[in-house]
Design a protein around this ligand. Structure first.
Ligand code: PGD
Length: 761
């Protein structure tokens, strides 16, 4: 469609794109020093057979009407016209709205969607439900940081203040002597940032730091969690035992009087309680190096030595998202902060604590002087919520009480769920249970660009345009470039923009003006751009008018280069610049959390034995982490994602010694299984993974041989068939899908080809 290359942007980078006939050419943004290979996933995406081309309705729903139905995920689809689809959706929204009100509608619609700020699908759903039906049951927090985002405000401050405005990569390159990265600093993670990332700089900063002498220590079961440029060390602990390791390190610092007592006394509360717990004064169990060694699988001498090496150095401690995406995930996040405080580091250049450095491209960066406006969501008329990862619990247990962050809430009875821009059959745990949960609904409506497993469980599937088919503005608050995202191609089939779909539904519900405020897409883009102009003008910064911006495709924005301002000001004068915690200090003991009386998250950080541990039936830890070849499940059918698979199947890494013991060779199809299901994958043998651990990334589209099976077999390699669906603790109720336990064997059953990308009939 395009005569010349146009500018566009994705969560993984900005680029110039041009379509000529069937050929799509993608050239990375020239200002990007280290563009992401994920851009290659776009090449064949536009007209891929996996795209949804027409509105489709599940046969069971069409024939029997709304209601609980066990056929979800295992039914045929019937194509309907847009007019019929709009009529069905409107009637069903009216029915549920009239009968049950917003309490009967789940509009959480979690998901990353695409980078454009206006077409951000989740915001579109929220605005639509607020302006047309008076609200919806919402979800709070994220699958990324569900536990940390609740914990950190209690103990130090807002998560984004710590992660996005904390210690910057420049500071690390200039000042850090030791960076202890619990969960590593994998470039596969920092290559993406929601809203876009125009300059991939992590590799360069790590190289610069290493050349100056920074020692990077990556604490992870996977060596690949640190790039070669960091020239770092690999410390492999048993998965999920980092909290015990840190307690062991603290015990050595205490015993050898290497803690910074002056810092602890002035800037923290609760160190005496913590030290008493470590010494075992509470229960007679000292958490010393020998105790920790037993749990973590390294020697006590190693732990002691490790602790001593930190003393007197400029040390930065960072804890990745991954560690808190697990049972008791709050504990390592809290203990990382305690370790940094015990060393007296917070607020020193390149030292202290930063949450989730490298887990996303936003972190360790600088904030723009002003942020680009977001689509206003309207007012939600009800205040009913769930922590985002409790979706199956909610749908299966209406009326049941649950704990969350000091509150006792009850699950609402949801009749209709509306989803756009997310893939719950990618992001949620225990997929057989999720299917049962979705089977309880009267109606599930999904807007999708492609036939994901979530679309295949929906009653009404509305085909959405993908980002390359529409105009938008792309930018993240930590990216100094704002992009005009210009359309590259015509919409696929009958696909429409989410905004166009909601506009027509709003019209039929008699609420068009409330939803659109009289603006089309271009009108909203101009409106938001004008708001940006005004915000900048207040700082005496002038930017070109919209037409000029649109023509040039990119705009450079002023940034605030003052990372760490909250902690630095606190260190300089804790009385004048207290932290936003109840005590104004770092809370090693939180009286607030203690007052919740949660057995699984007491007032100071602790080591808690996880429910899931390898045993004779399930001897392996499974790490179900972020993929390197796609963002989550997006464009899994893209060239780069497919290039990482074998015979179209996801690859599972395991140690050669473990493989030999099970008679597994490189390239064999293996079966990972536990009480929740079975998953096939191609075995890759590598010494870069610790023994007793297997790794299968998330994102391969769920492809069950029998979708109705209680313990389904996914022939494509989706690890969320196997992960356990429990909250991290009563405090945050975050997603705990990062690790689970499994058995692994060579697969001897019938192997059928992966069918995830073949649309349903
Ligand atoms: P995506 O694959 O990004 O995953 O979960 P999330 O649901 O965000 O899904 C986005 C969907 O939106 C895709 O299906 C895409 O096709 C669709 N889409 C894109 N653009 C548009 C659009 O404009 N309109 C519409 N209607 N649709 C669009 C990610 C989640 O997974 C996250 S954030 C994390 S951190 C978690 N990570 C893990 C993990 O590490 N381990 C496990 N076991 N599980 C996880 N789940 C979580």
């Amino acid at each position: 469609m395009t005569q010349k290359p146009v500018m566009h942007s994705a969560h993984w980078g900005a680029f110039h794109a041009q379509q000529q006939g069937d050929r799509l050419t993608i050239e990375p943004f020239k200002g990007d020093p280290d563009p992401s290979p994920l851009l290659q996933n776009f090449h064949t995406a536009l007209n891929h057979p996996a795209r949804v081309s027409r509105p489709m309705v599940r046969r069971g729903w069409l024939e029997n009407g709304p209601g609980a139905d066990d056929r979800r995920g295992n039914d045929e689809y019937v194509a309907v016209s847009w007019d019929e689809a709009y009529a069905l959706v409107t009637r069903e929204l009216q029915r549920v709205g009239d009968k049950y009100g917003p309490e009967g509608i789940f509009g959480g619609s979690y998901g990353w969607s695409s980078a454009g700020r206006f077409h951000h699908a989740q915001s579109q759903v929220h605005r639509f439900l607020n302006t047309t039906l008076g609200g919806y049951v919402r979800s709070v927090n994220s699958y990324s940081s569900g536990s940390a985002s609740v914990l950190l405000p209690h103990i130090v401050g807002d998560m984004n203040e710590i992660a996005r405005r904390g210690v910057s990569w420049e500071e690390i390159a200039q000042h850090s002597e030791i960076v202890v990265a619990f969960g590593g600093l994998a470039l596969k993670n920092s290559q993406v940032a929601s809203g876009g990332l125009s300059e991939h700089t992590e590799r360069g900063f790590m190289q610069q730091a290493a050349e100056r002498g920074t020692r990077f220590i990556s604490v992870s079961p996977l060596q690949s969690d640190l790039p070669e440029e960091a020239q770092g060390e690999w410390l492999a602990l048993r998965p999920g035992t980092d909290a015990a390791f840190i307690l062991g390190v603290l015990s050595v610092l205490i015993a050898e009087q290497l803690t910074d007592e002056a810092f602890l006394a002035r800037y923290t509360v609760g160190w005496p309680e913590m030290a008493a717990y470590i010494r075992g004064e509470e229960d007679g169990t000292p958490r010393d190096a020998a105790w920790a060694a037993e749990i973590c699988g390294v020697s006590a001498a190693f732990i002691s030595d490790f602790a001593r090496q930190l003393h007197g150095k400029r040390v930065l401690v960072t804890v990745a998202h991954a560690l808190q995406r697990a049972e008791n995930g709050e504990q390592p996040v809290w203990l990382g902060l305690v370790l940094a405080a015990a060393l007296g580091q917070p607020g020193l250049p390149g030292g202290g604590y930063t949450y989730a450095l490298g887990a996303l491209g936003h972190y360790g960066k600088h904030h723009n002087l002003v942020s680009f406006p977001a689509l206003p969501q309207g007012k939600n008329g009800i205040d009913r919520l769930i922590p985002v990862a409790r979706i199956s619990d909610m749908l299966l247990n209406p009326g049941k009480p649950f704990d969350y962050n000091g509150r006792r809430l009850t699950y609402p009875h949801i009749r209709l769920a509306y989803w756009a821009g997310g893939n719950p059959f990618h992001h949620h745990q225990d997929l057989a249970r999720l299917r049962q949960a979705f089977c309880q609904l009267d109606t599930l409506i999904v807007h999708e660009i492609a036939w994901t497993a979530s679309a295949r469980h929906a009653d009404i599937v509305l085909p959405a345009t993908m980002t390359l088919e529409r105009e938008d503005i792309g930018g993240a608050p930590t990216d100094r470039h704002l992009f005009a995202m210009q359309p590259v191609a015509q919409p696929f089939g009958e696909a429409k923009d989410d905004y166009a779909i909601f506009t027509e539904l709003a019209r039929r519900l008699g609420r068009e003006e409330a939803f659109t405020e009289g603006r089309d897409t271009r009108g909203w883009l101009q409106h938001h751009y004008a708001q940006l102009q005004q915000k900048l003008a207040a700082h005496q910064v002038e930017i070109p008018d919209f037409e000029k911006f649109w023509q040039q495709g990119v705009l450079e924005l002023p940034q605030l280069k003052d990372g760490g301002r909250m902690i630095n000001a606190f260190r300089a004068d804790p009385e004048a610049s207290p932290l936003p915690t109840p005590s104004g200090k770092i809370e090693i003991f939180s009286a607030t959390i203690a007052s919740f009386n949660y057995e699984n998250c007491p007032g100071h950080p602790v080591w808690r034995e996880p429910q899931q541990k390898p045993n004779s039936d399930h001897p392996f830890w499974l790490i179900a982490n972020q993929p390197a070849t796609r963002l989550h499940s997006q464009l899994d059918f893209g060239d780069y994602s497919l290039s990482g698979k074998r015979d179209g199947r996801e690859v599972c890494s395991l140690h050669p010694a473990d493989a030999a013991a099970s008679g597994i060779n490189d390239g064999d199809i293996i079966e990972l299984y536990n009480a929740r299901g079975h998953v096939l994958a191609s075995a890759r043998l590598t010494e870069t993974i610790m023994r007793g651990v297997v790794q299968l990334p998330t994102g391969a589209w769920y492809d069950p041989v029998d979708p109705t099976a209680l313990r389904p077999l996914c022939r494509h390699g989706n690890p969320n068939v196997l992960t356990l669906d429990i909250g991290t603790s009563s405090l945050a109720q975050g997603c705990s899908g990062q690790i689970t336990v499994v058995q692994v064997r060579k697969y001897r059953g019938e192997v059928t080809p992966v069918q995830a990308f073949i649309p349903p009939g």
